[in-house]
Each structure stands twice: as structure tokens, then as C-alpha cells.
Design a protein around this ligand. Structure first.
Ligand SMILES: *Cc1c(COP(=O)(O)O)cnc(C)c1O
Length: 458
């Protein structure tokens, strides 16, 4: 490397290596395969700026740049070890993918036959394999002409179903089911945004079949049932099961010769009932109850990528697939690949975390506690992500000083603990067991930093 021209004695800034010289380092030339020119330039610029500010001696510019290069990847998203005990954590991207889904994502990242029949060379139905996996996952063939459609997310699926089936007519819905799904987004606003009107019936805590019956009239274009997935109304409550809404719609059709589509949004995406979550509705149950179409998210309890899953009668699904909005919500090849593999592959991380053996969790927590010299306390995990509100998942956590939380979050790997009651709690439920060693290392490193900053400050 050419040295910078010697400057006046006493100004070390003259010795800061030049941009072109730094960019010509073999390590930087090699990094051009994984990082763009502008990114490399900005890394160089940041390190030079530190040296200009006197934070770094000029001799250290090169090693600091190589360290920064090591640390920089093409994505700014940092993998996080989820030590909160919250299984479907929206701020952490909801469901982590199974190994099979990850492999499918990688396989689908190049050219793939997502919409092509290789045998004939002709265009084929998009995502046919994903559709078949979804149909095969629903036991018992209900209804007999079951079909499926995948869109970008649950909210899109709901807008598509309500818009395509009800248009600017009225959808009858219970007042107890008009939910806000997070970040200020409310399902009633979402549905109304395309012109569909909601006819609210019943009260917050109780709605009866007769409430729906009284509201049905010439303006009624369908019935909507939404699972209030992120809160629970306890006590004097009652809701109308899907079966009763089906019989209402059937009676209306028999009397007036006009079918009323029954749309059911189950939210979390359990395919079949899970005894661990007794109050959580499932897709199969809603179809058996007579829904024309059921809606669920792909990345909640389903355990897959972000997607909106629509399952229902073939004719209903056809109507949805042909609506112009369907094209604006089309699932990409990566989603289709990961969704299929979520069904066809081994157990999902969500399912593992949900059904983790408490005794095993205890053993792992004890091992971590012993490794870092901290006590183990009982700790209840949560389903999270707008599913099974209030259902505790019995488990354990290692209890650490509250001040450790920031150090864990900003460490490598990043660890998100739960801060509660003045303690930093590390729950192993959502940590894949092979990561226990990395987690222990991260906690030890954070404790060492806490210790040195305590000594530094005191
Ligand atoms: C989560 C949820 C949605 C929204 O689904 P996204 O996949 O987040 O778009 C809609 N309805 C219900 C009942 C939900 O729980």
C-alpha cells in the first residue's frame, strides 16, 4: 500500500490510509462477491471518519476496517435468540421456519417450476404442490370439493374474501368480534376500506343466533365470523358457533333463493384442534361447521412463512381467485415453497416450542443456570402473536440482573430476554436446543461486560 504523503509533524490524520488503497486490500476485493461497492465504500468511510475524529490511531484503520467487514452482512436483519418464552413473537417475525421450509426457500430462490408443467412445457396452475399439500392436511375431506388459495397474509385474505363475496353489500358480524389486530390496524376498517358494509349485531360479550337472524335482510350479502384472537372476554359471554351460522344461511337460501356466503377468519392457523390450546379454533373445525371459506395466517400457529391461507368450497375459491384483488395479493414462489414444506416437513419450531416437555425445559434451564451462576425460577411462556390469549405455558427461566437485558440484546448473538418484576428472565422454550451452548456463552459474555462496567462506574 502506498503510504499517505507525510504531513506536518504532529498531525496523525495525514497518516490515515487513503480510500483507494483501502478498497484495494485483498480482503476488500474478495468481499466484492458478497457486498456492493457503495457498502464497501461506506465501511471504509466510517472507519476513516473514526480515525479523523481521533477515536482510532491511523495504524489501526486497516484492522478496524477488516473487523467491520467481518461483521457486515448484506442484510441488516440480525438473527435473535428468542428467550422471552413467547412462541409467536410478532416483533421477532412470528414463526421461525422449519428446516424443511428453509431448505425449500433456498431451493426456490433460483428458477423453479412454480407456474410451469415441465412434462408438457406448458404454463400450469401456480403453486399446485402447495395447494395439494394444504388439501391433504385437512382430514376427512370436508367439504368434498375443498380447494385452497394462498395470498400474501391473513389481512389480505380477509379483504379478498369479504370484497369478492360481499361486494358493497352488508356482512353481518358480531360486535364481540370487531378486533384490532395490532399497530392500530382494525379489521372493521380493513373490510370497510373496499366498500363492504358491516352490520354489527349483539353486544361485546354476548351475541345470539337470533341477533344474526334479525339483522339478515335484502342488503345482507354474507355472514362473517372472526376469531377474537388477541383478547379474551371472560364471564357472562356467548358467541354463535359456525354450525348455527351455517343453518341460518341455509334457511335464508331455502326461503329467499339466495345463498349467503359464510366467511370464517380463524386467525392463528391451527389445521386441526390442539388439546394444548382448547379454546383455539382450527381450520378443519370451521370447515366441518359449514364455512364456505376459512381464513388463517401462515406465520402464527401454522408455523410457516407470512401468508394468508384460504380454504373452502371450490366454487367460492374460484370466485376469489378470479377477483382482480387476488393478483395484487399473489403469494410469491418463496412463500409457496416454504408453506408446502411447512406441511410436508418435520415438526415446526412453533409446534416444538408449544409442546416442549416441561421436565426437559427444567433440565436445560438448570444447566444454563449452573453455567452462569444464576437461579432458575418458574416462568410461564405465552403463545403470543394474537393466538390463545391468556393460555399460560408452564416452564422455567434463568433469573438474571435486570441491567443485563440491554447487554444481551446488543450482544453477538443477540438475545431477547423478558424483563419482568425487576429481573431479566431467560426462558429456553423458544431456543432450539442446539443453541443452548451459544446462549450460555452470550449470557456469560454479557455478565462479564456488566461486571466490568460496574467496576468502571464504581
Ligand atoms: C392475525 C389475524 C389477522 C391478520 O393476519 P396477518 O397474517 O397478520 O395479516 C386477521 N384476523 C385474525 C383473527 C387474526 O388473528
Amino acid at each position: 500500500m502506498t503510504a499517505a504523503s507525510p504531513g506536518p509533524a504532529g498531525d496523525p490524520r495525514r497518516r490515515i490510509p487513503r480510500t483507494d488503497d483501502l478498497l484495494a486490500l485483498p480482503e476488500l476485493l474478495e468481499a466484492r462477491a458478497r457486498l456492493s461497492g457503495p457498502v464497501l465504500r461506506s465501511l471504509v468511510g466510517e472507519v476513516q471518519a473514526r480515525a479523523r475524529r481521533g477515536e482510532l490511531p491511523p495504524e489501526d484503520v486497516r484492522p478496524a476496517l477488516l473487523a467491520a467487514l467481518e461483521d457486515r452482512s448484506a442484510t441488516s436483519l440480525r438473527p435473535v435468540l428468542n428467550a422471552t418464552g413467547v412462541v409467536v413473537h410478532t416483533n421477532l417475525g412470528r414463526a421461525p421456519l422449519s428446516a424443511a421450509a428453509v431448505a425449500a426457500l433456498v431451493a426456490a430462490s433460483g428458477y423453479v417450476d412454480v407456474e410451469l408443467d415441465l412434462a408438457t412445457g406448458q404454463r400450469a396452475r401456480r403453486g399446485a404442490g402447495t395447494r395439494e399439500a394444504l388439501l391433504a392436511a385437512v382430514p376427512g375431506g370436508v367439504p368434498a370439493d375443498l380447494d385452497a388459495l394462498v395470498v400474501t397474509n391473513g389481512a389480505a385474505a380477509l379483504v379478498l374474501a369479504t370484497t369478492a363475496l360481499a361486494g358493497d353489500g352488508e356482512l353481518v358480524v358480531s360486535r364481540g368480534e370487531l378486533v384490532e389486530i395490532g399497530a392500530g390496524f382494525r379489521l372493521p376498517d380493513l373490510i370497510a376500506s373496499t366498500g363492504t358494509r358491516l352490520r354489527e349485531v349483539g353486544t361485546t360479550n354476548r351475541t345470539h343466533r337470533s341477533d344474526y337472524a334479525a339483522a339478515i335482510g335484502p342488503e345482507t350479502a354474507g355472514l362473517l365470523k372472526v376469531h377474537p384472537s388477541n383478547f379474551r372476554v371472560d364471564g357472562f359471554t356467548s358467541a354463535v358457533p359456525v354450525e348455527h351460522l351455517r343453518s341460518l344461511a341455509d334457511e335464508h337460501e331455502a326461503e329467499h333463493g339466495r345463498a349467503l356466503p359464510l366467511i370464517v377468519d380463524v386467525g392463528s392457523g391451527l389445521i386441526t384442534a390442539d388439546p394444548a390450546l382448547p379454546d383455539e379454533p382450527d381450520l378443519t373445525g370451521a370447515l366441518e361447521g359449514g364455512a364456505d371459506v376459512v381464513i388463517a395466517s401462515g406465520d402464527k400457529l401454522f408455523g410457516g412463512p407470512q401468508a394468508g391461507i384460504l380454504l373452502g368450497r371450490a366454487e367460492t375459491i374460484r370466485t376469489l381467485a378470479r377477483h382482480p384483488l387476488a393478483r395484487a395479493m399473489r403469494a410469491d414462489k418463496l412463500t409457496l415453497a416454504a408453506l408446502e414444506a411447512t406441511l410436508a416437513g418435520g415438526p415446526t419450531p412453533v409446534s416444538r416450542a408449544l409442546h416442549a416437555d416441561p421436565a426437559r425445559l427444567h433440565e436445560r434451564a438448570e444447566r444454563l443456570g449452573a453455567a452462569v451462576g444464576a437461579p432458575v425460577v418458574p416462568h410461564e411462556g405465552r403463545v403470543g402473536g394474537g393466538g390463545a390469549p391468556g393460555v399460560p405455558l408452564a416452564g422455567w427461566a434463568v433469573s438474571l440482573p435486570e441491567d443485563l437485558a440491554l447487554l444481551l440484546r446488543t450482544g453477538r448473538p443477540a438475545v431477547l430476554p423478558r424483563v419482568h418484576d425487576g429481573a431479566c428472565l431467560v426462558d429456553l422454550r423458544c431456543i432450539p436446543e442446539p443453541d443452548d451452548g451459544r446462549l450460555a456463552e452470550a449470557v456469560r459474555a454479557a455478565l462479564a461486560r456488566l461486571d466490568s462496567s460496574d467496576r468502571g462506574g464504581g
